[in-house]
Ligand binder design. Structure first.
Ligand code: LYS
Length: 295
């Protein structure tokens, strides 16, 4: 595949903060398309998928917007599946992280893929374990077959990933029950302590080694995995995150693997940002993941 397809998903229903629906525009204004075509890719941007506007969904609020999120994830799934079938590498521009239920489902429709999930959080809550009820904190659990059946069964019935297909990097903020669930799951997660002690290069190489049973890699990049001092434009900040340099190194090592086939860029909230800095950094990280190098 030498074509990249950009897919906007202005979904903000998985959490409470307004503004994350503006993420796709922020990435476009930061020059994502031009940056990738400058690397030699054919890039097409299919615009934004249809997402219901929160302001007209009053009655769904009690249900945490579950019906609408399910519907959007179905649409994202089909867009991801079509992109892969047509030989494109999709980049899903969020939107909040609940979108990944559709994107990762869609790109694994025909063939399995491994996933590197960069995040401060585990997104491993179920409706029972979640203290907030926000569905963006349940996305990974749904992909592994747990939680709302409406989300587990998006696109095709059941889990979309095996425990061994997924690696979390950047963890530092887990809810009490979520922490227990994650430990019991057997999912490999690298915490900030791991990164501090061992360095990002060692962790990136080890993570890719653990995922070597798959020939295709999806990166799910939640910008809150980075340090909020560097990327202030996110809704659920946690201090002490991945530095810009560490994130660049991770993306460059991912590029070296030659396995990257699809990506999510989620949780950018331009309203909370300084002059679109977060989207600009996201564009640079995406370029590195797709092969940009300094020299
Ligand atoms: N763990 C928290 C929750 O479930 C935060 C999730 C943040 C996801 N970006 O609400």
């Amino acid at each position: 595949e030498n074509g990249i397809r950009m897919i906007g998903v202005p979904l903000d229903l998985g959490q409470e903060q307004r503004g994350v629906d503006l993420g796709p525009g922020a990435l476009r204004y930061a020059g994502l398309s031009a940056r990738l075509s400058g690397l030699g890719y054919i890039v097409e941007d299919i615009g934004n998928l249809a997402v219901p506007v929160r302001d007209v969904l009053g009655a769904e609020r009690e249900a945490r917007y579950l019906p609408s999120i399910r519907q959007v994830c179905e649409t994202v799934y089909q867009a991801g599946r079509s992109a892969v079938t047509q030989g494109f590498m999709p980049i899903f521009m969020g939107g909040d992280h609940s979108m990944a239920i559709g994107s990762i489902g869609g790109v694994t429709d025909e063939q399995p893929a491994a996933v590197i999930w960069v995040d401060a959080h585990g997104d491993f809550n179920t409706p029972h374990s979640s203290p907030s009820g926000n569905i963006h904190g349940m996305a990974l659990a749904a992909l592994l077959g747990e939680g709302f059946p409406e989300l587990v069964n998006v696109g095709r019935p059941g889990a979309k990933l095996h425990v061994s297909d997924i690696i979390l990097i950047g963890l530092r903020e887990l809810d009490p029950e979520e922490k227990q669930r994650l430990r019991a799951s057997g999912i490999k997660g690298y915490t900030m302590r791991d990164i501090d002690e061992r360095g990002m290069a060692a962790i990136a190489h080890e993570a890719l080694g653990r995922l070597a049973h798959r020939t295709r890699l999806h990166v799910s990049l939640d910008l809150d995995g980075l340090d909020p001092l560097e990327v202030p434009g996110v809704g659920t900040t946690a201090p002490g995150g991945i530095t810009y340099r560490e994130a660049q190194l991770l993306m460059e090592i991912i590029a070296d693997s030659g396995l990257l086939r699809s990506m999510d860029i989620v949780e950018i909230n331009p309203i909370l940002d300084n002059s679109n800095r977060t989207a600009k950094i996201a564009v640079e990280l995406t370029a590195s993941a797709f092969g940009a190098s300094i020299l």
